[in-house]
Design a protein around this ligand. Structure first.
Ligand SMILES: Nc1nc2c(ncn2[C@@H]2O[C@H](COP(=O)(O)OP(=O)(O)OP(=O)(O)O)[C@@H](O)[C@H]2O)c(=O)[nH]1
Length: 296
C-alpha cells in the first residue's frame, strides 16, 4: 500500500504576498458556561495573517482551541488563554487573535406582585482580542424595557381636565359621583402612548470579571420598567403604576443609563444606544452616549 502524505495547501506560499487583518471561522456552534448555566452559543474565531507570503492559516487549530470554552466558566482569563492558544498555534504567522461569542443569557425574573416568575432572554456578545500582546474584552448586551412618553402623558392629563370641566361645570361636586367618573372610560378620555424600547450596550471591561447579570440588573434598575415575564392582572396593574411614575423620553433613558454604567468598577468605557420604537410614529426615537474612564 502506498503511504501518501496529505497535501497541505495552507503551508504553501501565497501567489500574492499580502498580509490579512482577520482570517478564521464564523458561526461555530458550541456550548459555554455562564453563571452555572450551559448555554448554546456561536463563536467567530480568527487571527491576523501577518505573514503575507503564507497561503493560509490553520483553521483546525483555532477550532480545537475552542474546546476550552465548554469546560470552564467564561471569564476574561479563559478568553485570554484561548486567544493565546490561537497565537501559539500560529507562531510566525499571526500577531493578533480575535474571538467573538454570541449567546442568549436566560435570567429568571420575578413578577411585580404575584408569586410567579418567568424566563427572560438577553442577547449577549462577548468580544475578546489579543492585539500586540494587549488583551481587551468587550460586551454587547440588549435589554428591553417599556417607556411612556412624558409629553403624551401631559397632553392626556390636559384632555382629562377638559373633560372634567365639561362634565362637572356648574355642579356641586359629590365625592361618589367623582369617584365613579374617575373609574369610567368617559372620565379617562385619553391615554399616553408607551412603547417597547431597547437599550443596546457596548461595554469595554476592566478586571477579571464578566459581570453580565450584575450589568443587566443595574440597567433594569436604572430604567425602572423592564419588560415582564409572567403577568397576572395584579402584576399588570403594578406595571401600569410603575410606567405612570416613570415617564421618559429616550434622552432621559440614555442619561440614566450613562450615570448607572459609570458607577460600575468593572467598566472602562461604554457606548450606549437607546431605541424607543415609537407607537406615535412609524420611526424610532433614539439617543446615544459614550464615556471613557480617565486613566488612574
Ligand atoms: N486556511 C484555510 N483552510 C480552509 C479554508 N476552507 C477550508 N479549510 C480547511 O481547514 C482544514 C484544516 O486546516 P489545517 O488546520 O491547516 O489542518 P491540518 O493541516 O490537518 O492541521 P495542522 O497539521 O495542525 O496544520 C483544511 O482541510 C482546509 O482545507 C480556507 O478558506 N482557508
Amino acid at each position: 500500500m502506498n503511504a501518501l502524505t496529505l497535501p497541505d495547501i495552507a503551508a504553501q506560499a501565497s501567489r500574492q504576498a499580502l498580509p490579512l487583518d482577520w482570517v478564521g471561522m464564523c458561526g461555530i456552534a458550541l456550548p459555554i458556561l455562564i453563571d452555572g448555566q450551559r448555554l448554546a452559543a456561536t463563536a467567530d474565531a480568527g487571527v491576523s495573517l501577518d505573514d503575507g507570503t503564507a497561503r493560509g492559516i490553520h483553521m483546525s487549530r483555532l477550532y480545537l482551541a475552542l474546546e476550552m470554552l465548554d469546560q470552564q466558566p467564561l471569564t476574561p482569563a479563559l478568553l485570554r488563554n484561548v486567544l493565546q492558544r490561537f497565537l501559539d498555534s500560529h507562531e510566525g504567522l499571526s500577531n493578533n487573535a480575535y474571538l467573538r461569542i454570541h449567546t442568549d443569557l436566560l435570567l429568571k425574573r420575578a413578577a411585580l406582585v404575584s408569586p410567579l416568575a418567568g424566563w427572560k432572554s438577553y442577547p449577549v456578545s462577548v468580544e475578546a482580542r489579543l492585539e500586540n500582546q494587549m488583551f481587551h474584552v468587550e460586551l454587547k448586551i440588549d435589554v428591553t424595557y417599556s417607556s411612556t412618553c412624558p409629553c403624551s402623558a401631559a397632553l392626556a392629563r390636559q384632555l382629562i381636565q377638559q373633560q372634567f370641566i365639561d362634565d362637572f361645570a356648574n355642579t356641586p361636586l359629590q365625592h361618589e359621583e367623582v369617584l365613579t367618573w374617575l373609574g369610567s372610560a368617559g372620565g379617562i378620555v385619553a391615554t399616553p402612548h408607551s412603547q417597547r424600547s431597547s437599550a443596546r450596550l457596548h461595554v469595554q471591561l476592566q478586571g477579571e470579571q464578566l459581570p453580565l447579570t450584575e450589568l443587566i440588573d443595574n440597567v433594569e434598575a436604572a430604567l425602572g420598567t423592564a419588560v415582564q415575564t409572567a403577568v397576572k392582572r395584579a402584576d399588570e396593574q403594578a406595571f401600569a403604576l410603575a410606567n405612570g411614575q416613570n415617564l421618559m423620553f429616550c434622552e432621559d433613558a440614555a442619561r440614566r443609563l450613562h450615570l448607572a454604567l459609570k458607577r460600575s468598577d468593572a467598566i472602562k468605557a461604554f457606548h450606549l444606544k437607546v431605541i424607543h420604537a415609537e407607537s406615535l410614529h412609524a420611526h424610532d426615537a433614539v439617543a446615544e452616549s459614550r464615556w471613557t474612564r480617565d486613566p488612574a
